[in-house]
Design a protein around this ligand. Sequence first.
Ligand code: SF4
Length: 338
Amino acid sequence: MKNNRLLIAPVFIPHEGCPYRCVFCSQTDITGSAFQADEENVLSVLKTYLYPTLQSDKFSRREVAFYGGSFTGLSDERQEFLLSLIKPLVDDGRVDAIRVSTHPLFINKKQLERLKAFGVETVELGIQSTNQEVLGKSGRPCSSADMLSAVSLIREYDLKLGLQLMLGLPGDNENRFEMSVADIIGMKPDFVRLYPALVLRHTPLFSMYQKGVYSPWSLERTLGSLKNAVKSFGIADIPIIRIGLQPDNSLRDNFVAGPFHPSLRYLVDCRIGLDLMVDRILSLNRVPERVAFRVPMKSVSIYTGNRRENLKILKERFSLEEIKLSGEEHCRQLELVA
Ligand code: SF4
């Protein structure tokens, strides 16, 4: 069977090249890296993540990523130094491609030409929001024109485009987030990542939170908006490759407040599963006393809900005597069977 797994070996360049400090960002805390990546660090990432996989067929593709800063905001020398550590591995086939994350303000033809020349295939842009008030209050002003120009240049250079979006930033609300989702869909990225704003120690957002000028969104509010976003990206056929920050020790140590959950994606999928079951029941002329669903085996936990929550909600909402849910190997989608 063909293996489609992608290995990403992450080299963190915390906060390097950033034009300003976004209120939510504490790259040191998120990445656990407090140093500036040098040759030794890059080699150590390769030894840890890449080299052990080279003889195995576990991954069909291997990439090295520069994350945690604004890569194209680094000086020319620094970019070339970092890229030149990986380029020989791209040339001899041990690495398939390089990916970088950066800020829309640092995308121009010269930067993209260099990225292409060194084997970069994917550029991830931190958009976070397309609402100007949200961006201003979050310490990362960036006009829509700048975002669109960066996106179209990346396309012109035939690079893959990933966009990152955040919800619950200062000044954000459900409508503004929904508009941001629509704007991002209009940019036609190859993939997106979605993150809820969290209050972490040592960030400007932490000070705002302490002074009472910022309140993080509740988990409930976050799930409601993420659910709608996932549906919209699904309709647009845009893959979401991550929802929520990786729950590593560094994040756990510095987390102060906000809608953190180690399985955020699962909770969102459960909400979507619940909506689908509600729609099926509402489509009946008369709600029966007993309801049974057949679902794909791999989706049983999504439809059942976290701690069987979905089944309890359905039972109560429709005053059901009984609700059954069975997972079946050959079932491809949710079916109401009684
Ligand atoms: S641009 Fe990215 S890395 Fe830099 S401060 Fe903002 S969120 Fe952090």
